[in-house]
Design a protein around this ligand. Sequence first.
Ligand SMILES: Cc1ncc(COP(=O)(O)O)c(C=O)c1O
Length: 408
Amino acid sequence: MSTLAIHGGEPIRTKPFPEWPRPTSELKDAIISTLENEGWGVGSEAISRFDEKFAAFQDAKYCISTSSGTTALWVMLKAAGVKAGDEVIVPPYTFIATASAVLMANAVPVFVDIDENTFNLNPNLIEDAITEKTKAIMPVHIAGNPADMDAIVAIGNKHGIPILEDAAQAHGAEWKGKKVGALGLGGIFSFQTSKNMSAGEGGAIVSNDEAFYETCFSYHNCGRTKGGAFYEHSFLGGNFRLNAMATSMLMPQIYTVVNDMALRDKNRKTLDDAIGQIEGLTINSAYEGTTREANHIYLTRYNSEAFHGIPREQFFKAMQAEGVYTYMGYTPLYREKLFVTDYEEYPWLKGYDYGSIHMPVTERLADTEAVWLKQNHLLGEEQDIQDIIDAFEKVTTALKTSPELFKD
Ligand SMILES: Cc1ncc(COP(=O)(O)O)c(C=O)c1O
């Protein structure tokens, strides 16, 4: 076994992984063309052209681009009729915006634990969390891996509760041959820097429901009614619109993301084939209805029992020294300070005690098992992926055969 880089050995990898986001000439040309020839903001055809194309790409009738995924979430919740004190079911293993947007809509996030095999909302636990206040269920397609949409939509239909998808990380992902986003009432995407389609910042809402779409339009556009006068405001909305330079640089990415997805698929498979052979690491699964994952981020699970009880953090340190950055990812959202609430500021949260929540699967994965690669790793060439595999193999072999090397 070659010496570990943390002990002065040769690191497996010294080169950087592929750059993301990519400032291609196509993107630069698109921005300059809009800058010189089109409206820059509200009413620009460069925005409506993108909305139309992105809707079609996600198999939806309608799309509204927004200033971010977070504002898209707020708009979607408001348009779904979520009101002060209503409850929205969300997973605790996601980016903060999934839950904070619920709070920002004056509603209450109700956490439901995740499924260890997919890192996604566990559909078997949803019904127990439904009350007469539940006004939406919001699965997240985490890391681009679709949630169990058949099961979740069936629960929504049974209880008359709309399903709102947080597809911020799942551009192009498919459930039974249909793209995610508009499988329920509506869904959102993010175009923030690290997403698989990026404008630095930005988001979108998609839906097949015309009335919902029109209400979203109002909330994201200062409460204006679609087709109404410019200074007529029927809803308490805001300016959550995306600008035309952003939509222009996203337009070519509707096509390039498809090539990137093919590369991500191939690299995911290569990694799964190799990492799946390492006892103590568990590769992530997909539900039966998944026909395409977006493979935004590669996730796997580390079982310290297979490595003499050596904690995951020691594995991370050794991997980092080998030049492959792996990390723990999310912490359980209910532990975040923002949930320690001031009931004067958020009176609708009276009676909810987030500090007392414990979700066993989320906590086990977040605290001890989850291993994330970075978004750009899956865009690597063959040698890049081989280096990742070599680092995993080198470090896990050392953990098994020379545990004394990992004493702090
Ligand atoms: C799952 C999830 N939901 C919501 C968001 C919010 O998107 P944004 O950062 O564009 O506001 C993100 C991304 O950051 C996300 O990963």
